[in-house]
Structure formats: C-alpha cells, structure tokens
Write a new protein. Structure first.
Length: 269
C-alpha cells in the first residue's frame, strides 16, 4: 500500500531521519522524555515509515532511540491525563496509523533496542522484522497496568514471535523483562554490549541492502502474508476497545497511580 507521509522528514521535530548507503536510520529523539510519544511524535513515526516505503533508494530501515531509552511508550503527561475523553461516534475506528505504517513498510525493518522499550515502545519493536538489543534494554507491555489493552503488535506479532503462552504472560501481567530474558524467549535475536548495538545493526542492514531491492520488497510481503494475520482488522478492533477503556475508572486509576508512583487499585469500573 503506497501512502504519502503526512510530514516531510526534513520537518521532523521528534525524530531524526537519515539515509546512507540505502539504509534509513530512524531515531526517536526526545531523550528528555525517554523518547515517549506525543501526538506529533506518532505522526512523525508514521511519516518516517511511509517515507522509507516510497523511497526507491531505501532498502532497509533501522529504528532506534536517542539514549538512554528506545521508547518509553506514550507520553503519559501529554497523552494519558486520566480524564474522560470526548468520543465522537464512528462506524468503525481505523487502526493506529503509526502502527500500520510500520507494519506495511515495504522494506525490512531492524529495531536496535538501546534501552527501555515499554508500552507502545515495545509495540514499535515488535513491528520490526528483526530485533537486536543492548544489554541495557528492557521490555514490557504495560497496557494492562493502565487499564488498557495493547495495540496490534502485542495481539498479532508477539504471539507469533514468542508463542501464545509466553505472550499471554507478558500481556496479562505487564511484567518488565531484561534483555537476556528477551533473548531467551526469542523476542530479540541478539544481545550486545551497548556500544556495539548500532554497529551491529548497521552491519546487518548493509548485508540486507546489498541484495536486490525488488526481491527484498517481495520477500517482505511474502513473510507478512505467511506469518501474520489481518493487522488492519485486529488493529481496528483494538482501537475500538482502547477507546472504550479510556472512559473507565480503572484507566484513570492506572494513570493516577503511575503519576503518583504507587501500585494501582482497580475496581472493575
């Protein structure tokens, strides 16, 4: 699917986007917020993957974060105030645009996970074809602790990568796992010294980029068809449920407890 980016990479404020030797490096660049995503950052993530897909010079994407984190999920202070959100009745909500842009990226994607990848940050790592992790990385699908469900990455990609039972444990508990445990369960392919992460990721990207660009794009499409279900159908269902959960007291308690640095007390309302 060919979709033009909403924002030109030259206008990015929250990301860096650089193309060298057929490899696009996308760096989440809000280190003061541990690369947490606000609305602008979501739009730029979507635009970065759309830009890579339509650029015939790009044969591989490496996505990473400015130290010290990969991506700390949504910026809670900006995005999850815990207040009731005004909702407009719609026939069907579309899936998260940034998620679909990552999943539909026409070239191979490597996630170089340099630090915490939690919440939607873990989702972003799951959208990649290959994940490499720094020894400083950790992972968590934290949505359940905010009274929410995960996006399409946790629902479709995670079970396919680590198996249904292991995925269920991570999704139901919201537990944080370190890089070594992530490697043990197959979530990441390799754990490296922090300083070696980007050189290893770029070396792998270069090996991929040496191959036929047309064959790479069809190989990517073939793997997507063979391995994963209908991302748009699942993603649309997930967003519909997430919007319902936004209006619950449990979600507001999940956000309050996070901001107050305490355990949440859920009531099922």
């Amino acid at each position: 699917m060919t979709v033009q980016p909403k924002i030109s990479p030259s206008e990015f404020q929250c990301l860096k986007y650089e193309v060298t030797d057929h490899v696009a490096v996308v760096t989440l660049n809000r280190p003061e917020r541990r690369n947490a995503l606000n609305r602008r950052a979501y739009d730029e993530v979507e635009s970065a993957f759309r830009a890579a897909s339509i650029d015939t010079d790009v044969r591989c994407v490496v996505v990473t974060g400015a130290d010290p984190a990969f991506c700390a999920g949504e910026d809670v202070k900006e995005m999850m105030t815990g207040e009731k959100r005004a909702t407009t009745p719609v026939v069907r909500r579309p899936p998260t645009p940034a998620a679909m842009a990552a999943l539909e990226c026409q070239v191979p994607v490597i996630a170089a996970v340099n630090g915490s990848a939690v919440g939607w940050g873990m989702e972003l790592a799951l959208y990649a074809d290959i994940r490499l992790a720094s020894e400083k990385a950790n992972f968590a699908e934290l949505f359940i602790r905010r009274g929410l469900i995960c996006d399409v990455g946790g629902l479709l990609r995670l079970p396919a990568i680590v198996g249904p039972a292991q995925a269920a444990e991570l999704l139901y508990t919201g537990d944080v796992i370190d890089a070594q445990e992530a490697a043990r369960i197959g979530l990441v392919g390799e754990v490296t010294a922090h300083a070696d992460l980007m050189p290893k990721a770029m070396n792998l990207a270069a090996r991929i980029a040496r191959n036929s660009p047309l064959a790479l794009r069809f190989m990517k499409e073939g793997l997507r068809r063979a391995t994963h279900g209908d991302a748009r159908e699942t993603g649309s269902w997930a967003i519909e449920v997430i919007y319902k959960l936004f209006d619950t007291e449990d979600h507001r308690e999940g956000v309050r407890s996070f901001l107050e640095k305490r355990e949440p007390v859920f009531t099922g309302r």
